[in-house]
Design a protein around this ligand. Structure first.
Ligand code: ADP
Length: 554
């Protein structure tokens, strides 16, 4: 392997300005929110699929491993950092063209550098009858990058990989192939028909190390005739199983159309306030009682979620009735339309002003806490959720990353990796059964508190039958002992949840060794496939624990 020779050839291919190799630049590019990241050996920024092909051929000849990233915003799972040292990151951010929007078939064909913000803005001005989907993380994330990692959005199109159709891929030997409908240049259904003919191979490029995706089709949602959103708050923790079972029933019946994101009070608090370090007896973490006391201050119920309503006016009205019937008895259901969502910021401003005016403070508090039963901070979140449910990205929610590590959250330009926030996501998948998930959560909460961690828990209903239990461990990035403590607890949780039968929906570059711990035969099968497709071992070695790598490391 000759990294030096490969870098010289990359510079000649792309121009030296697109090959980052100085130590300070690499340290900046390789910043992550996870402990002990592996720094990239270099970062190269190709501008076209031709350049990607040429890069891959050089990598094969020189035996230098590559790691593709689209925008590198995979916060909490690794950002753009590779699994093994000596790996060159191929950052595709310059390839940011929206190649096509088909207004009849409702899809867009994109390069991997296209961000959620860019796609939403483009559709708003060029095809307003089509809505994108996005995540509740940064608007600067890549539509394709997130989909390839099987990220989850909010709308009925929130299964991002499920809605990807027709990829162009540069293989680990440098060929360019098409997957999806037809798999050939003149196919009329490339981005319209997902399965192609014969074995379905598109899945290999998701959470895999089988190639670099250089463009893909993504299906879009036709703007519905009527749209509304709702929020639900569960006041009694003990009703959680009934809530989850009701949600499953509603989702199976098609009443709930969104990939519902449910969250516990602690998770909600991380968005609307800061950790009360400064308070007397300021604990390292908020135990059950501490979290409940802070939740009370902010009118945050033990569990909350928001969803969208899509369809004709009659369908939306019927869905509202069904939701009320099923959930109304369990907690507080509030419906919102565009007009009300637009009005919320004004109401919040008035309440804020009242709260600052001597003599009005008690009235302000009575209005928020007794009449509205929502703190101004929660009101501030409402328009952002309403927008997300229409595919409008916002950086409002990812600011949760600053809850423990900073005295306050940024208003814009949110970048937890740059700003030194320490966080790791761990996301086992559970069946959508109320009692089982409740027991799993109770066990997880006890383990978190025992280990001295806050219990951050979100539930992403990826489909009506399965729920991703999204856990987030926060730690002090500048404190190696705290990072080691978080790593040890992360590993413990990975092993224990797997032993209980709950695999992860998505992995971090950290701790890949356990992905196939329970399925060695499957691991062997994927290893053999990967080795055949990538004989030089240059494609993302170690990703999801697969790939020997050019150095022959298992
Ligand atoms: P985002 O910007 O949406 O957060 P990233 O660029 O960080 O996404 O990508 C997340 C992960 O997905 C990367 O580590 C990489 O393994 C994989 N990935 C992203 N883009 C591609 C691509 N174009 N081809 C192959 N794999 C990719």
């Amino acid at each position: 392997m000759s990294l030096v020779r490969a870098l010289a050839r990359f510079r000649a291919l792309l121009g030296p300005e697109h090959v980052l190799e100085d130590e300070a630049g690499l340290a900046r590019a390789g910043r992550t929110t996870i402990p002990d990241p592996v720094p990239p050996a270099a970062v190269v920024r190709p501008g076209s699929a031709d350049e990607v092909q040429a890069l891959v051929r050089v990598a094969v000849e020189e035996g230098v491993p590559l790691w593709p990233a689209s925008r590198g915003k995979n916060w909490g799972y690794g950002t753009l950092t590779p699994a093994r040292s000596g790996t060159v990151v191929v950052l595709l951010e310059r390839m940011d063209r929206i190649l096509e929007v088909d207004r009849e078939l409702a899809f867009a064909r994109l390069e991997p550098g296209v961000t959620y913000r860019q796609l939403a803005a483009h559709l708003a001005s060029h095809a307003p009858e089509l809505w994108p989907d996005c995540t509740d993380s940064t608007p600067e994330g890549s539509v394709i990058g997130n989909a390839l990692e099987r990220g989850v959005g909010q709308t009925p199109y929130g299964d991002h990989f499920g809605n990807l159709c027709g990829l162009e891929v540069v293989t680990p030997t440098g060929e360019r192939i098409r997957t999806g409908g037809g798999g050939f240049e003149t196919s009329r259904v490339w981005n319209a028909y997902k399965w192609g003919l014969g074995p379905y191979v598109e899945g290999l490029f998701s959470q895999g190390n089988f190639g670099i995706v250089t463009q893909a089709g993504t299906w879009l949602m036709p703007r519905p005739e009527a749209f509304g959103s709702y929020t639900f708050g569960l006041p009694r923790e003990e009703d959680f199983p009934a809530m989850l079972d009701a949600v499953r029933g509603l989702a199976l019946q098609g009443v709930i159309q969104t990939r519902l994101h449910m969250f516990n009070a602690y998770t909600g608090l991380t968005v609307v306030t800061q950790h009360p370090h400064h308070r007397p007896g300021g604990a390292r973490f908020l135990d059950k009682r501490g979290a409940a006391a802070l939740a009370e201050e902010f009118c945050m119920p033990p569990w909350s979620f928001m969803g969208g309503l899509y369809g004709s006016a009659g369908e939306v009205a019927a869905r509202k009735r069904a939701l009320r019937r099923s959930l109304g008895r369990l907690g507080r259901l509030t419906f919102l339309d565009d007009r009300l969502a637009d009005w919320v910021p004004t109401a919040k401003e008035v309440l804020d002003r009242m709260a600052r005016t001597p003599g009005m403070r008690r009235l302000a508090r009575f209005t928020t806490h007794r009449l509205l039963r929502r703190s101004p901070e929660i009101l501030a979140a409402v328009p952002h959720v309403h927008g997300l449910l229409k595919g409008q990205p916002t950086e409002f929610f990812v600011r949760h990353a600053y809850f423990k590590s900073h005295p306050e959250k940024p208003d814009r330009d949110v970048d937890p990796a740059r700003d030194g926030c320490g966080l790791m996501y761990l996301a086992p998948v559970a069946p959508m059964r109320g009692r089982e998930v409740h027991e799993l959560l109770a066990w997880l909460e006890a383990e978190h508190h025992e280990a001295g961690f806050d219990f951050y828990a979100g539930l992403l209903m990826v489909n009506p039958r399965a729920v991703v239990v999204l856990l987030c461990l926060a730690f002090q990035k500048g404190d190696p002992a705290d990072a080691a403590r978080a790593s040890a607890f992360y590993r413990f949780l990975v092993e224990k949840t797997l032993a209980k039968g709950y695999p992860r929906y998505r992995g971090s570059v950290a701790f890949p060794e356990d992905y196939y711990a329970a399925s060695p035969a499957l691991r062997g099968f994927i290893e053999r496939l990967q080795a055949a497709v990538d004989p030089a071992g240059i494609m993302a070695p170690g990703k999801y624990g697969i790939g020997r790598g050019a150095a022959g490391r298992p």
